[in-house]
Design a protein around this ligand. Structure first.
Ligand SMILES: Nc1nc2c(ncn2[C@@H]2O[C@H](COP(=O)(O)OP(=O)(O)OP(=O)(O)O)[C@@H](O)[C@H]2O)c(=O)[nH]1
Ligand SMILES: [Mg+2]
Length: 400
């Protein structure tokens, strides 16, 4: 089981597609139709789906996705309102939204379309249950498209019609930032790239950690020549190359050693910088790291961690970073810690937000937090960039 899990694309790296619509519109049926499996519970009782349900699956031509089924947004009453609020929260992690309608409640769909637009989520709509409608008048589709401000595809979840066009339309909505590579402009086809990866006792036995695997895959997709070695083999590896590598990527822990040994022509970056760029907004993270210099004993720092696991003995967010900061600033520094999806709406009381790498969250979710900080004028950076700043590495790395 464990091996299987390692071989799968992690949830946080999958495109998140969420379905929104009234109760009984056919959201769950559409998920079953798209996957060809009975993954979601369907019934003619309105309110069958009560909570957001996320399922990982492969959808061609989109690749690995997470599909999120939601409770109908027209539910009312005390519990209904709570369900609708949960549905609304799903928007934060949605890369692409599908509005599911049977054509009877377009004002409501239009209101959700506005919310999606406001949150910058690309969306499309389907007119479901066309099997009940005979010929669909093209004027109805055009009017829907106009009112909702998006493409509208006629489908029947029951009969499985219209699904190819739906999949192609979804593929056209994949945000460009999702297509960007991990190493960005640092590596191009034909480049030789050296990865210096310490395999110390903390490294997991028998495998590489995810950022290393993802970087290797990225380089191979780009047709780079990727060479790997451990820290103590740098000299030998460099000597074996006819010319210096274009780029060297290493771990923050051994950055100084690698920096001293690197040929002047080679650019140098770290896995945590690549991951920060992949998951968040590297420019804002780097700019915000400068706020560390302005902290004093009256300052308030918020540390936000994605994992809700029981803290480890030498937890980087709970122990290491607060200690590093207090050593610089003084013991009076206030550090608050939040975990999981808890993140205060109002951040204006904080001088700096330091987020974990976000390996459990998708990029969309992280960007939405960056956006929230930026709107409130609060600097936000992440663990990797904070440590790089404190160690004085940040001005020596090349940014992707
Ligand atoms: N005729 C027809 N019926 C459909 C179609 N899609 C869904 N239905 C029916 O509509 C009813 C509701 O379907 P669901 O998929 O449970 O709808 P839902 O949007 O998930 O509903 P909630 O979970 O209650 O929000 C079921 O009886 C389905 O069989 C369709 O394309 N054509
Ligand atoms: Mg449902």
């Amino acid at each position: 089981m464990a091996n299987q899990a390692f071989n799968r694309t992690p949830q946080s790296e999958r495109l998140h597609i969420a379905l929104f619509g009234r109760r009984n519109a056919g959201k769950s049926s559409l998920i079953n139709a798209l996957t060809g499996q009975q993954v979601a519970l369907v019934s003619d009782v309105p309110g069958t789906t009560t909570d957001p349900v996320a399922k990982s699956m492969e959808i061609l031509p989109l690749g690995p996705c997470v599909i999120i089924d939601t409770a109908g947004y027209d539910d009312s009453g005390k519990v209904g309102d709570l369900r609708t609020e949960r549905t609304r929260q799903v928007i934060k992690q949605t890369d692409i939204a599908i509005l599911v309608s049977d054509g009877s409640s377009l004002d409501e769909e239009a209101a959700w379309a506005r919310q999606l637009k406001q949150a910058n989520v690309p969306y499309m709509a389907v007119l479901n249950k066309v099997d009940l409608m005979g010929e669909v008048p093209p004027t109805l589709l055009a009017a829907m498209a106009h009112q909702l401000g998006c493409d509208v595809i006629p489908v029947s979840a029951l009969q499985g019609s219209g699904l190819d066009l739906l999949r192609r339309t979804l593929a056209g909505l994949i945000p460009d930032s999702d297509k960007q590579s991990l190493t960005g402009r640092l590596a191009h086809a034909g480049d030789v790239v050296l990865l210096v990866m310490p395999q110390d006792p903390q490294a997991p036995k028998g495998r590489l950690i995810l950022p290393q695997v993802q970087t290797l895959r990225d380089l191979m997709d780009k047709r780079c020549v990727a060479i790997c070695c451990t820290t103590d083999d740098i000299d030998r590896t460099l000597a074996s190359l006819r010319e210096p590598p274009r780029l060297i990527i290493t771990d923050s822990q051994v950055f100084d050693i690698v920096e001293q040994k690197k040929p002047t022509e080679s650019q140098l970056t770290s896995f945590s910088v690549l991951m920060a760029a992949h998951k968040g907004e590297i420019g804002y993270f780097v700019e915000s790291a400068a706020a560390i210099e302005r902290l004093n004993e009256q300052s308030h720092v918020l540390i936000a961690e994605a994992c809700t696991h029981a803290p480890l003995a030498e937890d980087i967010g709970r122990e290491k970073i607060p200690r590093m900061l207090r050593q610089r600033v003084g013991q009076g520094l206030t550090v608050d810690i939040v975990a999981g999806k808890d993140f205060p709406e109002d951040l204006t009381g904080y001088d700096l937000v330091i987020h974990c790498g976000g390996c459990m969250f998708n990029r969309r979710f992280m960007l939405q937090r960056v956006d929230q900080c930026r709107r409130q004028g609060v600097p936000m950076t992440n663990y990797g960039i904070t440590i790089a700043h404190i160690k004085g590495i940040l001005n020596k790395v090349s940014l992707p």
